[in-house]
Design a protein around this ligand. Structure first.
Ligand code: TMP
Length: 212
């Protein structure tokens, strides 16, 4: 494919949305043809799926249903947005992609990495990221940022095991797919993280004049 596919990954509170926004703006300023999108979501149908996966009332959603919904959103997203944009030579910046399913459903929900990849095969259509930026913060920092306080309540504590598994899952994936992963210490200041990401992205896309 002609374009370049960048995905952002990380646990809650890792500063992902901020960095996706900053990278998107910078690439635009520098004259690149880009698409910024997210999962679950990114298409009309995907956003409808997101309202199910994120709906507070859906506490009875099973792990397997969740896995299929994430894959369903991805199938629509790849076909409607990601694949066509890459074919047109654009840079696609996506807030979460397959690695979120591997980390959250595969490791967090313990459905298995191999099993989740298999379940996503048809959705992916062979489209894998060229660069995956993992924003690395400890679960404690992530929780504290998310709650805007250092106090972690009972519910957060109950979920802690889950997030610890997701965290470890991401690190296993980063090791396994070291050729496409870039791990950034996201406990650093926003500007420092932004600079590190820009250096890496520019190193990859700057050499390709066709992306502008
Ligand atoms: P976010 O948009 O705030 O990052 O929230 C997305 C949530 O959905 C987050 O908790 C991670 C979860 N998620 C999965 O569990 N599996 C997936 O495949 C994706 C894309 C997201």
């Amino acid at each position: 494919m002609k374009g370049f596919f960048i995905t952002f990954e990380g646990i809650e509170g890792s500063g992902k949305s901020t960095q996706v926004g900053l990278l998107g703006s910078r690439l635009k300023e520098e004259g690149y043809d880009i698409v910024v999108t997210r999962e679950p979501g990114g298409t009309r149908i995907g956003e409808e799926i997101r309202s199910i996966t994120h709906g507070r009332e859906n506490v009875d959603l099973t792990a397997v249903t969740e896995a299929y919904l994430m894959a369903a959103s991805r199938a629509q997203h790849v076909r409607e947005i990601i694949k066509p944009s890459l074919s047109e030579g654009k840079i696609v910046v996506c807030d979460r992609y397959i690695d979120s399913s591997l980390a959250y459903q595969g490791y967090g929900r313990q459905l298995g990495e191999k099993e989740i990849l298999e379940l996503n095969k048809a959705a992916l259509e062979g489209v894998m990221p060229d660069l995956t930026i993992l924003l690395d913060v400890s679960c404690e920092t992530g929780f504290a940022r998310r709650n805007g306080t250092d106090k972690i309540d009972r519910l957060d504590l109950q979920q802690k095991d889950f997030y610890e598994r997701v965290y470890r899952g991401y690190h296993l994936l980063a090791k396994k797919f070291s050729d496409r992963y870039f791990v950034v210490d996201s406990s650093k200041e926003i500007e420092i993280v932004e600079g590190l990401i820009w250096e890496r992205v520019e190193g990859k896309v700057g050499k390709n004049p066709k992306l502008r």
